[in-house]
Ligand binder design. Structure first.
Ligand code: PHE
Ligand code: NA
Length: 502
């Protein structure tokens, strides 16, 4: 019997989908500030080293496992070795949690894209945290189901769009939307960059970003930041790239595709740096302050700084639509990649059709996500989940997978041969060193250093109540691993795709 898992029609479809996943909010709102804070122009060196010694090698590892063992994360890891199935479920659960809150960011961006037409946020720089999200903060944080109507409507729209795309399947849904959205994103962002470059003060912003601080290269923290940015930005070790590569034809050049994806993502990241810092340079000049005083990242950059820029800049509405539109497109193609990890796992486990697995996964996911996050606790909940899922989910899962593959199973040579079989170039020994040594060391160091900073900080993270951090941070992260182990102990029904060939 054959499994009906879906497939990419070819390498180009796969590359677009993979770029769609990689290019996300991390490029737009994370990279510029990370580069600025870690050496400016000099950051390019650790960044490239991280890309070549860990990002691309781990991307190849994901590809090799997914493609060689042809399955969703749990199925592929189980076929690799029966007992490594838990890593797959762990990745599925991480993806599940990310999907829950990622939709909220998309909902905000969708609303702000519309708000920027008439600058509906007004003159209050805190409109986002205030009248718009009505977010609980600091010690006021508590369990709340007070719905914020504007966010609710937007979240429902995001989930409906997601369900439609996912139901259309791997080629007609996931790949087709990336084939349309990624070029559109690039066009929109290039126009934004050109507009921003001509704003007064833009050059000061660029100077602040690119001026190299070579001494920074002596600081280990800068190197950890570079690896952290690369791991996050390439979506490695999430199970995403593993799942996507399982939809490729058996004879496919994996390594050539990986290089395209890696460099496309980094190229877009640099473009984002230019656009964001031109805009920040304008903002600094308009407010008569130094660029260093207006640098921000994440939510603050997108929903506080950019609205201010849009309100002050000539043709602000255009900048707003392009900027928030870019966030929506970049975020959407990442969200669908995260959701696919879960859908693929359920489809494989129960041997379901595409439509049934989509509905079984997405309907509960959409309901829970909307119920939890369109409320006044949405923002702090997202804040804590994101922090712990990144530090202890993704980083720990990546660490465990590299150690298990390299030292416990000693599976790297087989996977290398698989990559070399069809690859454009032999990946050679450097890959073994990168995956077996460099990546685990760096991942271990960042795990330890973030634990030290979280545990020794005089206040709890963001000043939230202790129980909130314990429950939604520490216990949540631990629960993902434990639940992953439990799920890996459950039997696979006879109807599952594990017993069908693809
Ligand atoms: N790689 C994406 C980015 O750079 C982020 C992402 C996170 C994608 C989680 C998928 C899953 O923004
Ligand atoms: Na990215």
């Amino acid at each position: 019997r054959r499994a009906d898992r879906g497939a990419f029609s070819g390498r180009t479809s796969f590359i677009f989908a993979a770029i769609g996943s990689a290019v996300g909010l991390g490029n737009i709102w994370r990279f510029p500030a990370v580069a600025y804070e870690n050496g400016g122009g000099a950051f390019i060196l650790p960044y490239l080293v991280a890309l070549l010694t860990a990002g691309i090698p781990l991307l190849f590892l994901d590809y090799a496992i997914g493609h060689r063992w042809r399955g969703s994360a749990p199925a592929a890891w189980r076929r690799f070795r029966r007992w490594t199935e838990f890593i797959g479920w762990w990745q599925v659960l991480i993806a599940l949690v990310i999907a829950l809150y990622y939709a909220l960011i998309l909902a905000w961006a969708t609303n702000y894209m519309i708000f920027s037409l008439d600058q509906r946020w007004g003159d209050d720089p805190n409109a986002f945290f205030g009248q718009y999200t009505q977010a609980l903060s600091g010690t006021d944080v508590h369990i709340s189901f007070d719905v914020v109507p504007a966010v609710l409507v937007s979240m429902v729209v995001v989930w409906i769009a997601t369900i439609v795309v996912m139901a259309l399947g791997v080629q007609k849904g996931i790949s087709a939307s990336s084939v349309v959205f990624i070029p559109l994103l690039v066009i929109m962002f290039v126009i934004l960059v050109i507009r921003a470059l001509f704003l007064p003060g833009a050059i000061d912003g660029l100077e602040a970003l690119f001026r190299p601080h070579w001494a920074a290269l002596l600081s280990p923290g800068v190197w950890v930041a570079a690896y952290g940015q690369i791991f996050f930005s390439l979506s490695v070790a999430f199970g995403i790239m593993l799942t996507y590569s399982s939809y490729l034809k058996k004879r496919t050049d994996l390594t050539g595709s990986g290089l395209v994806v890696g460099f496309a993502n980094s190229g877009f990241e640099i473009l984002c740096g230019i656009g964001v810092f031109s805009a920040l340079g304008f903002m600094a000049q308009a407010q008569g302050v130094q660029v260093s005083e207006v640098v921000s990242s994440g939510i603050g950059l997108a929903f506080i700084a950019f609205p201010a820029i849009i309100s002050e800049a000539p043709a602000g509405a255009l900048i707003g639509v392009l900027f928030f539109g870019s966030l929506v497109l970049a975020g959407f193609t990442s969200l669908i990649s995260i959701v696919e990890v879960v859908i693929a796992a359920i489809q494989d486990k129960f041997g379901l059709s595409r439509i049934s697995s989509t509905l079984w996964v997405c309907v509960p996911l959409a309901v829970v996500s909307t119920a939890l996050f369109s409320t006044t606790m949405g923002m702090p909940l997202l804040d804590v989940l994101d922090k712990w899922v990144n530090e202890y989910g993704i980083v720990a899962a990546a660490l465990v997978s590299t150690i298990v593959v390299t030292y416990v199973v000693r599976g790297l040579p087989t996977l290398r041969d698989h990559l070399d079989h069809r690859g454009t170039f032999p990946i050679g020994r450097w890959w073994l060193v990168c995956v077996g040594l460099i990546a685990p060391v760096v991942l271990g160091v960042s795990l330890v250093s973030s634990t030290i900073s979280l545990v020794t900080s005089p206040t709890t993270y963001s000043g939230y109540p202790g129980w909130f951090i314990v429950v939604f941070g520490w216990l949540m992260a631990l629960a993902l691993l434990v639940a992953g182990i439990v799920l890996s102990l459950l039997p696979w029904p006879a109807t599952s795709n594990l017993f069908k060939d693809d």
